[in-house]
Ligand binder design. Sequence first.
Ligand code: GDP
Ligand code: MG
Length: 204
Amino acid sequence: MARPSAFDRLHPKQERTLVLVKPDGVKRGLVGEAIRRFEQRGLKLIALKMVAPGQPYFHDHYPKEQAWIFRLGEKTLSAFQKYGLDAKKMLGTDDPKKIGPKVRDWILEYMTSGPVVAIVIEGIHAIDMVRKITGPTLPNMAEMGSFRGDFSVDSPTLANLDKRAIHNLIHASENAAEARHEIKHWFTKAELHDYKRAEEDVMF
Ligand code: GDP
Ligand code: MG
Protein backbone atom coordinates (compact mmCIF):
# COMPACT_ATOMS: atom_id res chain seq x y z
CA MET A 1 0.00 0.00 0.00
CA ALA A 2 1.24 3.48 -0.81
CA ARG A 3 2.48 5.51 2.14
CA PRO A 4 -0.18 8.08 3.14
CA SER A 5 0.73 11.66 2.26
CA ALA A 6 0.48 14.54 4.73
CA PHE A 7 -2.87 15.32 3.07
CA ASP A 8 -4.23 11.84 3.95
CA ARG A 9 -3.11 12.17 7.56
CA LEU A 10 -5.31 15.22 8.15
CA HIS A 11 -8.16 14.82 10.63
CA PRO A 12 -11.54 14.09 8.91
CA LYS A 13 -12.66 17.57 9.96
CA GLN A 14 -9.85 18.83 7.74
CA GLU A 15 -10.92 17.24 4.46
CA ARG A 16 -10.03 19.72 1.74
CA THR A 17 -11.43 20.54 -1.66
CA LEU A 18 -10.74 23.08 -4.39
CA VAL A 19 -13.34 25.47 -5.73
CA LEU A 20 -12.92 27.78 -8.70
CA VAL A 21 -15.50 30.48 -9.29
CA LYS A 22 -15.35 30.32 -13.09
CA PRO A 23 -15.11 33.41 -15.34
CA ASP A 24 -18.91 33.60 -15.78
CA GLY A 25 -19.36 33.50 -11.99
CA VAL A 26 -16.81 36.28 -11.47
CA LYS A 27 -18.29 38.45 -14.25
CA ARG A 28 -21.78 38.02 -12.83
CA GLY A 29 -20.69 39.16 -9.37
CA LEU A 30 -21.43 35.82 -7.75
CA VAL A 31 -18.16 35.34 -5.83
CA GLY A 32 -19.64 36.61 -2.56
CA GLU A 33 -22.80 34.52 -2.93
CA ALA A 34 -20.75 31.37 -3.54
CA ILE A 35 -18.55 32.00 -0.52
CA ARG A 36 -21.58 32.84 1.62
CA ARG A 37 -23.19 29.48 0.85
CA PHE A 38 -20.05 27.50 1.71
CA GLU A 39 -19.43 29.42 4.92
CA GLN A 40 -23.08 29.22 5.95
CA ARG A 41 -22.89 25.41 5.81
CA GLY A 42 -20.03 25.45 8.32
CA LEU A 43 -17.22 24.94 5.83
CA LYS A 44 -14.02 26.90 6.34
CA LEU A 45 -12.14 28.87 3.68
CA ILE A 46 -8.42 28.27 4.17
CA ALA A 47 -7.06 29.88 0.96
CA LEU A 48 -8.36 32.37 -1.58
CA LYS A 49 -7.07 34.28 -4.62
CA MET A 50 -8.15 35.82 -7.95
CA VAL A 51 -6.01 34.73 -10.88
CA ALA A 52 -6.11 34.57 -14.67
CA PRO A 53 -3.65 31.91 -15.81
CA GLY A 54 -3.38 30.84 -19.46
CA GLN A 55 -4.59 27.65 -21.14
CA PRO A 56 -1.48 25.56 -20.27
CA TYR A 57 -2.24 26.08 -16.57
CA PHE A 58 -5.79 24.78 -17.02
CA HIS A 59 -4.45 21.94 -19.19
CA ASP A 60 -2.58 20.79 -16.06
CA HIS A 61 -5.55 21.48 -13.76
CA TYR A 62 -7.97 19.14 -15.57
CA PRO A 63 -7.29 15.40 -15.65
CA LYS A 64 -5.30 14.09 -18.60
CA GLU A 65 -6.23 10.43 -18.19
CA GLN A 66 -7.87 8.82 -21.21
CA ALA A 67 -10.66 7.51 -18.94
CA TRP A 68 -11.64 11.06 -17.86
CA ILE A 69 -11.48 12.41 -21.42
CA PHE A 70 -13.50 9.44 -22.69
CA ARG A 71 -16.12 10.00 -19.96
CA LEU A 72 -16.36 13.67 -20.98
CA GLY A 73 -16.87 12.55 -24.60
CA GLU A 74 -19.54 10.05 -23.53
CA LYS A 75 -21.36 12.62 -21.39
CA THR A 76 -21.38 15.08 -24.27
CA LEU A 77 -22.52 12.42 -26.75
CA SER A 78 -25.36 11.33 -24.47
CA ALA A 79 -26.52 14.95 -24.23
CA PHE A 80 -26.53 15.14 -28.05
CA GLN A 81 -28.60 11.95 -28.17
CA LYS A 82 -30.95 12.91 -25.35
CA TYR A 83 -31.88 16.17 -27.04
CA GLY A 84 -32.06 14.75 -30.56
CA LEU A 85 -28.92 16.44 -31.93
CA ASP A 86 -26.76 14.77 -34.57
CA ALA A 87 -23.20 14.65 -33.17
CA LYS A 88 -21.75 13.39 -36.44
CA LYS A 89 -23.26 16.28 -38.39
CA MET A 90 -22.31 18.93 -35.82
CA LEU A 91 -18.91 17.73 -34.64
CA GLY A 92 -17.85 15.52 -37.51
CA THR A 93 -17.81 12.44 -35.26
CA ASP A 94 -19.95 10.43 -32.87
CA ASP A 95 -16.95 8.70 -31.31
CA PRO A 96 -16.64 9.66 -27.59
CA LYS A 97 -12.86 9.15 -27.86
CA LYS A 98 -12.74 12.00 -30.39
CA ILE A 99 -15.44 14.17 -28.79
CA GLY A 100 -13.70 14.12 -25.36
CA PRO A 101 -10.57 16.04 -26.45
CA LYS A 102 -12.72 18.60 -28.31
CA VAL A 103 -14.78 19.32 -25.19
CA ARG A 104 -11.59 19.49 -23.13
CA ASP A 105 -10.36 22.26 -25.51
CA TRP A 106 -13.70 24.08 -25.14
CA ILE A 107 -13.22 23.98 -21.35
CA LEU A 108 -9.75 25.56 -21.64
CA GLU A 109 -11.20 28.40 -23.76
CA TYR A 110 -14.01 28.95 -21.26
CA MET A 111 -11.75 28.93 -18.21
CA THR A 112 -9.44 31.53 -19.76
CA SER A 113 -12.25 33.92 -20.79
CA GLY A 114 -11.66 35.98 -17.61
CA PRO A 115 -10.23 35.73 -14.10
CA VAL A 116 -11.21 32.93 -11.75
CA VAL A 117 -11.35 32.93 -7.95
CA ALA A 118 -9.56 29.91 -6.48
CA ILE A 119 -10.59 28.77 -3.01
CA VAL A 120 -9.55 25.91 -0.76
CA ILE A 121 -12.37 24.79 1.50
CA GLU A 122 -11.90 22.63 4.56
CA GLY A 123 -14.38 20.69 6.70
CA ILE A 124 -15.97 17.34 7.35
CA HIS A 125 -16.89 15.69 3.99
CA ALA A 126 -15.88 18.96 2.32
CA ILE A 127 -15.60 17.35 -1.13
CA ASP A 128 -19.16 15.95 -1.15
CA MET A 129 -20.65 18.93 0.69
CA VAL A 130 -19.23 21.42 -1.77
CA ARG A 131 -20.42 19.34 -4.76
CA LYS A 132 -23.88 19.17 -3.19
CA ILE A 133 -24.02 22.93 -2.61
CA THR A 134 -22.75 23.48 -6.16
CA GLY A 135 -25.20 21.08 -7.83
CA PRO A 136 -24.73 18.72 -10.79
CA THR A 137 -22.74 19.60 -13.92
CA LEU A 138 -25.71 20.42 -16.15
CA PRO A 139 -27.51 23.61 -15.00
CA ASN A 140 -30.73 22.43 -16.64
CA MET A 141 -30.70 19.38 -14.35
CA ALA A 142 -29.62 21.22 -11.18
CA GLU A 143 -32.20 21.45 -8.40
CA MET A 144 -33.30 24.85 -7.15
CA GLY A 145 -31.43 25.55 -3.94
CA SER A 146 -28.12 24.39 -5.42
CA PHE A 147 -25.82 27.14 -6.67
CA ARG A 148 -26.02 26.01 -10.29
CA GLY A 149 -29.78 25.47 -9.94
CA ASP A 150 -30.33 28.97 -8.58
CA PHE A 151 -28.01 30.97 -10.81
CA SER A 152 -27.30 29.18 -14.10
CA VAL A 153 -29.49 28.40 -17.06
CA ASP A 154 -27.12 26.97 -19.66
CA SER A 155 -27.78 23.57 -21.23
CA PRO A 156 -25.72 20.98 -23.08
CA THR A 157 -27.90 21.52 -26.15
CA LEU A 158 -26.92 25.19 -26.38
CA ALA A 159 -23.30 24.63 -25.42
CA ASN A 160 -22.79 21.74 -27.83
CA LEU A 161 -24.49 23.68 -30.65
CA ASP A 162 -22.20 26.65 -29.99
CA LYS A 163 -19.16 24.34 -29.63
CA ARG A 164 -18.28 25.62 -26.17
CA ALA A 165 -18.21 24.38 -22.58
CA ILE A 166 -21.35 24.55 -20.50
CA HIS A 167 -21.32 27.74 -18.40
CA ASN A 168 -21.98 26.48 -14.88
CA LEU A 169 -20.29 29.08 -12.63
CA ILE A 170 -18.23 26.87 -10.34
CA HIS A 171 -15.65 24.11 -10.48
CA ALA A 172 -15.42 21.77 -7.48
CA SER A 173 -13.13 18.75 -7.02
CA GLU A 174 -15.01 15.48 -7.51
CA ASN A 175 -13.00 13.14 -5.27
CA ALA A 176 -9.98 12.97 -2.96
CA ALA A 177 -7.49 12.35 -5.76
CA GLU A 178 -8.76 15.34 -7.75
CA ALA A 179 -8.76 17.53 -4.64
CA ARG A 180 -5.19 16.58 -3.78
CA HIS A 181 -3.94 17.30 -7.29
CA GLU A 182 -5.88 20.54 -7.66
CA ILE A 183 -4.96 22.06 -4.28
CA LYS A 184 -1.28 21.38 -4.98
CA HIS A 185 -1.68 22.86 -8.46
CA TRP A 186 -3.23 26.15 -7.27
CA PHE A 187 -1.68 26.81 -3.86
CA THR A 188 1.62 26.45 -2.04
CA LYS A 189 1.60 24.97 1.46
CA ALA A 190 2.33 28.45 2.89
CA GLU A 191 -0.87 29.78 1.28
CA LEU A 192 -3.07 27.26 3.15
CA HIS A 193 -4.07 28.85 6.44
CA ASP A 194 -4.75 27.23 9.77
CA TYR A 195 -7.29 28.86 12.08
CA LYS A 196 -10.33 27.90 14.09
CA ARG A 197 -13.85 29.06 13.27
CA ALA A 198 -15.70 30.37 16.31
CA GLU A 199 -18.51 27.77 16.02
CA GLU A 200 -16.24 24.73 15.66
CA ASP A 201 -16.56 23.60 19.27
CA VAL A 202 -20.35 23.65 18.98
CA MET A 203 -20.71 22.18 15.49
CA PHE A 204 -18.64 19.02 15.84
P1 GDP B 1 -18.02 19.10 -13.18
O1 GDP B 1 -17.06 18.33 -12.31
O2 GDP B 1 -19.43 19.06 -12.64
O3 GDP B 1 -17.57 20.51 -13.44
O4 GDP B 1 -18.10 18.36 -14.60
P2 GDP B 1 -16.95 17.61 -15.47
O5 GDP B 1 -15.68 17.50 -14.68
O6 GDP B 1 -17.54 16.36 -16.01
O7 GDP B 1 -16.76 18.59 -16.71
C1 GDP B 1 -15.93 19.73 -16.64
C2 GDP B 1 -16.64 20.90 -17.30
O8 GDP B 1 -16.84 20.61 -18.70
C3 GDP B 1 -18.06 21.17 -16.79
O9 GDP B 1 -18.10 21.90 -15.61
C4 GDP B 1 -18.66 21.92 -17.97
O10 GDP B 1 -18.24 23.29 -17.98
C5 GDP B 1 -18.03 21.20 -19.16
N1 GDP B 1 -18.90 20.09 -19.65
C6 GDP B 1 -19.19 18.94 -19.01
N2 GDP B 1 -20.00 18.16 -19.73
C7 GDP B 1 -20.23 18.83 -20.88
C8 GDP B 1 -21.02 18.53 -22.08
O11 GDP B 1 -21.70 17.50 -22.19
N3 GDP B 1 -21.01 19.48 -23.07
C9 GDP B 1 -20.30 20.64 -22.96
N4 GDP B 1 -20.36 21.51 -23.99
N5 GDP B 1 -19.56 20.96 -21.87
C10 GDP B 1 -19.52 20.07 -20.85
MG1 MG C 1 -15.13 17.71 -12.77
